[in-house]
Design a binder for this molecule. Sequence first.
Ligand SMILES: Nc1ncnc2c1ncn2[C@@H]1O[C@H](COP(=O)(O)OP(=O)(O)OP(=O)(O)O)[C@@H](O)[C@H]1O
Ligand code: SF4
Ligand SMILES: [Mg+2]
Length: 383
Amino acid sequence: MNSEKQRQIGKESPVLEVEHPQRIDRVHPVLEAEHLRKYFPVRQANPFSGRKIIHAVEDMSLSLYAGRAIALVGESGSGKTTVARMLARVYGPTAGTIHFRNQPVSLRNSTAALRKYYRHVQLIFQDPFSSLNMVHNVRYHLARPLHIHRHVHNKEQERAQVLALLEKVSLTPAEQFIEKFPYQLSGGQRQRVAIARALAARPQVLLADEPVSMLDVSIRLDILNLLLRLKNEENLALLFITHDIASARYFAEETLVMYAGQAVEGGPCEEVIQRPRHPYTRLLISAAPNPQRHLEASRIQAPQTERGRGEIPSLINPPTGCRFHPRCPHAMPICRQRVPGRTRLDNGHWTHCFLYGESTTPDWGHGGEAPETSPPSDKPQRE
Ligand SMILES: Nc1ncnc2c1ncn2[C@@H]1O[C@H](COP(=O)(O)OP(=O)(O)OP(=O)(O)O)[C@@H](O)[C@H]1O
Ligand code: SF4
Ligand SMILES: [Mg+2]
């Protein structure tokens, strides 16, 4: 099957007929990914040098709920964008499944079905400068998705809805923005247009890939507040990708920490940030820009050993066992040999680390469910 076909969504997939739900549902996920894996082949100049593969994402699972946000946190190169692109069906996963409203999103071919899936699951890019087309004005950018998804049928409806979208993202008075071109807007205004364009499709899921990282520090909070308001008003299931674990706490209900393509810790934001368990999460918190905010976290369990050592490893030949072991101040012999499975802690908090149990994931590469261990004591135990 060619890669274009692999990106397509199944023709019969009933998922795509689901309309926007009226009720908030905290039990059933809107979008659910299980054991996603993504490998990229490396292009090589020498065809005889052997096939190399980038192991960008390994065994990634997450569930997005209406009206709630998950913050996906990790260093550059940890695989955050690749996860978002698989969820948005920009990339087909190498392995794993995606369910939308409990229906499988299949790889079978249907352009019409793919368009409907795109309507429900919208991606906001990091760079508002390149995500808008400089030769088209704001009206064009917002009217296009309205027409593609058949939300408008004439010029009058188009104008009314474009104005309403501008109001929704607080670009007011809307009449003053509708004919402007991207080069006439500030970075923050462009990102508001990009958000309005995503909303034009009337999505249920918003995947925001570092939506403020390229903006001036002074306007980042405004854009975060806008996304927060829209999440509540539109009942959106939101994936918020960020380098900054501090903004995760402000923005999301849940935090998921990724390292070198793998999820290492997750749970409610307060739990993960106030009581980080995985040495990598503690490293991220100790490097957060506002140490005052995380004083308690560092007092609890982030000793001097959580200082950064080294960099994210090569994903062509990732480290054996726990991928964090070359950087980990607590690494033990077992960490080099075996992949830690998931250990459940208190209050929905979990981690993958031998400090909290001996569980392993022997078939990690095949997407097997990690066995679980009972919650450990707060104090890390060495072998
Ligand atoms: N299209 C691609 N082809 C080949 N390799 C890719 C591709 N996209 C991503 N990668 C590789 O996959 C790994 C994860 O990249 P990804 O962009 O998902 O990380 P990220 O966490 O989003 O990083 P950043 O914070 O810098 O945006 C990197 O090693 C990257 O080089
Ligand atoms: S499993 Fe071992 S190497 Fe990995 S984070 Fe835990 S202690 Fe460190
Ligand atoms: Mg990225």
